[in-house]
Design a protein around this ligand. Structure first.
Ligand code: AMP
Length: 547
């Protein structure tokens, strides 16, 4: 991914920024950074099409920091003011942008202070933060607009750089009106960057509204990395039960190394899956729009630090909405009560070192397939996507394959995942037993219990843990949700049930591998059914070692 022959040092960035970049281990700029940063430093407006995971946050954050530092060190010491504004569609992205800015400003933290307004505090509580005039404000359009209208934030005399990140979502999340109103509070002249995964009509409209003689960068023509980086597989499952059986085998026999994101299409499915896995002693977190924002951000940050292996997530809510519902572009239409409008998991969020994405439920659209798959194989890492396909979903699969193949220069297909279902027949009885235990009532109770607990956690996250950051690590989000329905005997897999070919590699009682490397073929010369999948995982392990 890094562009040959270019370096951050050649870009004329401040030494403190370069030090932070080096500390992050960014050896060379990614293609979007290589193109965007010099243009941005020249003062150009930019419209950049960059898929998530391409390093686009650095592409706008580095010139922004450079500009702020140059201001602070110039002979004409300017009055402290908010000079940068970063608009994002979700709270998770706001938090992520804040973290990235903080990391990049680690050696000039006194000179550059960013503030995230998308957090859970109410407007009044955020007022004092704004009175101190942070250098950069990050937030969703609605929150930023609310502050502008209350005059706790003033930008018309001070704003120098405006960034719109994931700009296509800014419109589709219903922020259109807020954005238009917000622009009335900005000065006439400022530099602006629009970063977007797609150049939709909405983005073109934004371009007209915001940018002045922009340079357009279309670096990533393909929506996903090519097959040398991202391995895409599909597996045909005859029934819903087969999907559960396969997942149980893959996870319980530890056939998938590394961290996995499991996507489902509805919130109740998150809990069905979590309770099902709980039966086998497999811990997983759930991430969806019902959970408080603090908890969501905490789960993502713990996942990135290696606390959890599995997250079960839904897409952002509009993708999860069944077709034909009345969800329009206006905020608040057609959404379930309790869901957060500013939730987003499959887009933009930087889940780090995800080795595989499982589409346990078939993605509701091509767009959601792309965004889910984009959670793995980020920046320099390889990754794998495995899509579970029911017979009724065959046509939709063909459509996705057709578009991906047409949009890419390389041959895009979802290769069949060679797995001999017959070998795991012995586990079916246990799988059925576990499925039966996860009743609708159990799901309802678990869902309620989790919300209650996370609301409590969220309060703690807000207050206590701010003062006791060490204790934060003790707060886990993957504890059993419904211990009452767990049958202890299901936790272990007796050896006779482990597929013969896998016995040398798997220690079923512990649910862990005896050795790290899986044999390509077994002692009896049988091919390991997971070979193709694991060879891509092997690449990942190698790359992880190299980092
Ligand atoms: P983004 O596309 O901005 O969400 O970035 C995705 C990930 O890439 C983040 O974890 C960044 O820390 C990482 N990243 C950004 N730029 C570079 C770079 N030049 N070299 C290596 N990693 C990078």
């Amino acid at each position: 991914m890094a562009a040959a022959g270019s370096s951050f040092a050649q870009m004329g960035l401040d030494a403190r920024i370069l030090q932070a970049v080096a500390e992050l281990g960014w050896a060379a700029p990614t293609p979007i950074q290589e193109k965007a940063i010099p243009l941005a430093l020249e003062g150009k407006d930019l419209l950049a099409r960059a898929r998530t995971g391409s390093g686009k946050t650095g592409a706008y954050a580095l010139p922004l920091l450079q500009r702020l530092l140059a201001r602070k060190t110039s002979a004409l010491v300017a009055e402290q003011a908010v000079r940068g504004l970063i608009l994002v569609p979700t709270k998770e992205l706001a938090r992520q942008a804040l973290q990235m800015l903080r990391q990049l400003a680690a050696y000039c933290a006194r000179d550059v202070r960013p503030v995230d307004l998308a957090g859970p505090e109410d407007l009044a509580a955020q007022r004092p933060l704004l009175m101190e005039k942070p250098d950069v404000v990050i937030g969703t359009p609605s929150r930023v607009l609310a502050h502008l209208q209350m005059q706790s934030l003033r930008l018309h005399n001070s704003l120098e750089i405006l960034v719109m990140d994931e700009a296509d979502l800014l419109f589709s999340f219903g922020f259109e009106e807020d954005l238009k109103n917000l622009l009335c509070h900005l000065p006439k002249i400022y530099q602006a960057f629009i970063m977007s995964a797609t150049f939709s009509e909405d983005v073109k409209a934004l371009k007209e509204l915001v940018l002045h003689n922009p340079v357009t960068l279309r670096l990533q023509e393909a929506p996903l990395p090519d097959s040398s980086q991202l391995s895409q597989f599909q597996i045909q499952c005859e029934t819903e039960e087969d999907k559960f059986l396969l997942l149980y085998a893959l996870l319980k026999l530890s056939l998938v190394p590394g961290k996995v994101l499991l996507f489902v299409n509805r919130i109740d499915r998150c809990y069905r899956l979590r309770l099902f896995l709980e039966q086998f002693g497999i811990a997983a977190c759930v991430l969806n729009s019902e959970l408080p924002a603090q908890s969501r951000c905490h789960i993502i940050s713990q996942f990135n630090r290696g606390f959890y292996r599995y997250i079960i997530a839904t897409d952002e809510q509009d993708l999860a909405e069944p077709e034909g519902t009345n969800r329009g572009k206006k905020k608040g239409t057609g959404t379930e009560r309790g869901k957060d409008q500013e939730y987003g998991v499959s887009r933009g969020i930087d889940f780090q070192n995800v080795s595989a994405v499982f589409n346990f439920d078939f993605p509701p659209s091509l767009e959601s397939y792309i965004h889910r798959a984009g959670r793995t194989a980020r920046v320099h890492n390889p990754g794998t996507v495995l899509t579970f396909v029911l017979p009724s979903e065959g046509l939709r699969l063909a459509k996705i394959e057709e578009v991906l193949t047409a949009e890419s220069s390389s041959k895009y297909t979802l290769r069949p995942y060679q797995f001999r279902m017959g070998e795991i027949e012995g586990l079916r009885y246990r799988c059925l037993d576990a499925m039966r235990s996860v009743t609708k009532q159990a799901i309802k109770e678990a869902r309620l219990r989790e919300i209650k607990e996370e609301l409590l956690n969220s309060e703690k996250l807000k207050t206590y843990f701010e003062d006791h950051p060490r204790d934060l690590n003790l707060l886990r989000h993957d504890k059993p949700l419904h211990p009452a329905v767990v049958k202890p005997h299901l936790r272990n897999v007796p050896e006779y049930l482990v597929p013969r070919g896998l016995r040398p590699a798997v220690c079923p009682l512990a649910g862990k591998c005896k050795r790290r490397k899986f044999p390509a073929s077994t002692s009896k010369g049988q091919q390991n059914p997971l070979r193709s999948f694991k060879s891509s995982q092997k690449k990942l392990r190698t790359s992880a070692k190299l980092q």
